[in-house]
Design a protein around this ligand. Structure first.
Ligand code: ADP
Ligand code: MG
Length: 639
């Protein structure tokens, strides 16, 4: 019943854009499907909303769906929806021009960008909706048939993408839009060619990009059915998307099981999540975020190629990217989740993502919420939090080291073993303390937060350095603790001080007595230094020790020896930093050494070497020559 067929020119800017889209914009061809499905889903949304006030529009059919049909012979792919549809006027204005607000601004910017580099174009285009045109990446002819819900007739739009399109009236019995793509043939050696008549290719693209679209995306597929001798091919309808945009639903209506299932879906982690954060932000930018803190770490946590965060970004329920590193800092890379923005453009490019102020603002809010959630868990579920810390603390601590403004907040969430606890015990806090708790226990006369770094908690518990503080509490740092915490100048006004570094501040009386003792033992100290040679920087008397005979002390700014050793093992060029051997002036070994110094030179040297060796052992360091140490020791025992 076609009346007239009119031929139109694309609006000038649309033509240029078309060219860009076809030739340079999208590297991933399959996203044309994402764009068309997103349009179909928008059309269903629009009708659903319109029907709220005028349910005659539905004409009794309120089940929305999107259908894919393939014609292998004709090599066409058809995408049909039963959404709002378009009449002739709408189809011309929507598909013949770059629709809506952007037209003029876009034309201006495009003119300006003409002379500029091609890298600018994606950024530019990212700001404008050009979704429909992406059909021309895979098709050389596109036919759209549509009927606006509640209106008569119908319209057919057809274009070969070369600057012209035609429009004619048709009789279309059903509401909604049907887009038929005449797929381009494989172009020579194109290795990335995907055949969009293949079920697997379509299914793959849908799962990747449109899994959470709210309407079923259906397709007729052929399947064998029946037993061995009675097998026949049957056609059946299958749904390609899982259709669960859970995050858009009201929190109150979502069960724990649904949260858990969704977590499994996005994380592929079969352990239960530790906690989740789900919120909707309205205002300048509107978006929904649903993020999970896992309870068990995955293999990739310290894989150098996976150090970025991996929250998924959606725009209006359409998947944009599964690893959007702009949404969270790297020290929250263990978080799984989705952010669904209402206002970002659907075809936002990588480049645009990196510089998007909007994403930066989302990140800020998201980090704040996640830190708050961890803080809440720390307070309310101490044991579970401590286990969580055991899995992810090492990564989270990187947040104290980073310069991104969360240092103090992350420090509050850090847990450490301390000299006051018995280690991994059964109590609620499992023997771990926060900096805040430590400070609240500090006696009035204690000025600093003491810490000691070493390979492990067990070694630290028996370190001679603990003697310096006479039973005051000491935090035990292992792993990267000292490096991370070194950025934290103070906590609640208290400085963090390493027990094994620098000189001890003494009151006058103590200092004087130590100095006069040093004078008496001047010859001995010199002889020990001479005997140890290059192994130590110097030898002096100690104000840190009660029971141990000796300890090794580093310079104020030295790296912890274990960390230096670790970096060296990784092939980094770390100069050997020599340390000072401090002797306990009140230890019986001093008079023994004095004796040997004048009577038995050889045994004196051996004893000095043993003393140095045992100081290394006591702090958990490796001996330079364990076999030699054993031999010297046996020699001493045998006498
Ligand atoms: P955007 O989706 O960002 O608006 P598109 O180029 O993807 O840009 O689509 C342009 C316009 O064409 C849409 O805004 C919509 O009005 C119309 N349109 C496209 N596809 C459909 C469809 N399946 N049903 C109804 N309208 C559609
Ligand atoms: Mg669109």
């Amino acid at each position: 019943m076609s009346a007239t067929q009119e031929t139109h020119q694309f609006q000038a800017e649309a033509k240029e854009l078309l060219n860009l889209v076809i030739h340079s914009l999208y590297s991933d061809k399959e996203i044309f499907l994402r764009e068309l499905i997103s349009n179909a889903s928008d059309a269903c949304d629009k009708l659903r909303v319109a029907a709220l006030t005028d349910d005659a529009l539905l004409a009794g059919d309120d089940t929305f769906k999107i259908t894919l049909d393939v014609d292998h012979k004709a090599r066409t792919l058809t995408i049909t929806d039963n959404g709002i549809g378009m009449n002739a006027e709408e189809i011309v204005s929507n598909l013949g021009t770059i629709a809506r607000s952007g037209t003029k601004a876009f034309a201006a910017e495009l003119a300006e960008a003409k002379g500029s580099s091609p890298e600018d174009l994606p950024r530019l285009i990212g700001q404008f909706g050009v979704g429909f045109y992406s059909a021309f990446m895979v098709a050389d002819k596109v036919t759209v048939e549509s009927r606006h819900a509640g209106q008569e007739g119908g319209v057919r739009w057809h274009s070969e993408g070369l600057g012209e399109y035609s429009v004619e009236d048709i009789d279309r019995p059903e509401r909604g839009t049907q887009i038929t793509l005449h797929l381009k043939p494989k172009d020579g050696e194109d290795e990335r060619y995907q055949d969009f008549t293949q079920e697997t290719v379509l299914k793959g693209a849908i799962t990747k990009w449109s899994d959470f679209v709210e309407y079923p995306i259906e397709m007729e597929v052929e399947r064998y059915e029946g037993e061995a001798d009675d097998r026949k091919m049957v056609s059946k309808t299958e749904q390609l998307n899982s259709m669960k945009p859970m995050w858009t639903r009201d929190k109150a209506g979502i069960s724990d099981e649904e949260y858990a299932e969704f977590y499994r879906h996005i994380s592929k982690d079969w352990n239960e999540a530790f906690a989740h954060v789900h919120f909707r932000a309205e205002g300048v930018h509107s978006y929904t975020a649903l993020c999970y803190l896992p309870s068990k770490k995955g293999m990739e946590l310290f894989d150098p190629s996976h150090l970025e965060s991996k929250v998924q970004l959606f725009v209006q329920r359409v998947h944009i990217t599964s690893e959007c590193s702009e949404l969270l800092p790297s020290w929250l890379r263990f978080v799984h989740g989705v952010v669904d923005s209402d206002d970002l453009p659907l075809n936002i490019s990588r480049e645009t993502l990196q510089h998007s102020r909007q994403l930066q603002q989302i990140q800020k809010r998201l980090v704040k919420k996640l830190l708050e959630t961890m803080g809440k868990m720390l307070k309310k579920e101490r044991k579970a939090y401590t286990q969580f810390w055991g899995e992810f603390g090492q990564v989270l601590k990187e947040g104290v080291w980073h310069e991104d403004g969360y240092r103090g907040d992350v420090a509050k969430l850090c847990l450490f073993p301390t000299s006051n606890s018995l280690g991994n015990d059964d109590s609620e806090d499992m023997g771990f303390t926060t900096l805040g708790e430590y400070v609240s226990r500090m006696p009035a006369e204690q000025e600093s937060i003491w810490f000691l770094s070493g390979v492990d908690e067990k070694t630290l518990r028996s370190s001679p350095h603990l003697e310096r503080v006479n039973g005051q509490e000491v935090l035990f740092f292992t792993e990267i603790d000292e490096v991370a915490m070194s950025k934290l100048e103070d906590f609640e006004g208290k400085k963090l001080v390493a027990l094994d570094k620098g000189e001890v501040e003494l009151d006058d009386a103590t200092r004087e007595s130590l100095e006069s003792r040093a004078k008496e033992l001047k010859k001995l100290l010199k002889a020990v230094k001479k005997s140890l040679g290059d192994a130590v920087e110097d030898v002096r008397l100690s104000a840190r020790l009660n029971e141990s005979p000796a300890c090794l002390v580093a310079g104020e700014n030295a790296l912890p020896p274990q960390l230096a050793a670790m970096l060296r093992a990784q092939g980094q060029n770390m100069p050997e930093e020599k340390r000072v051997l401090e002797l306990n002036p009140d230890h019986a070994l001093i008079s023994r050494l004095e004796e040997l110094r004048s009577n038995d030179k050889e045994r004196f040297n051996d004893t000095c070497e043993l003393l140095h060796g045992q100081a290394l052992l006591a702090e958990g360091s490796n001996l330079p020559d364990p076999a030699r140490f054993a031999k010297l020791l046996t020699g001493q025992l045998a006498v």
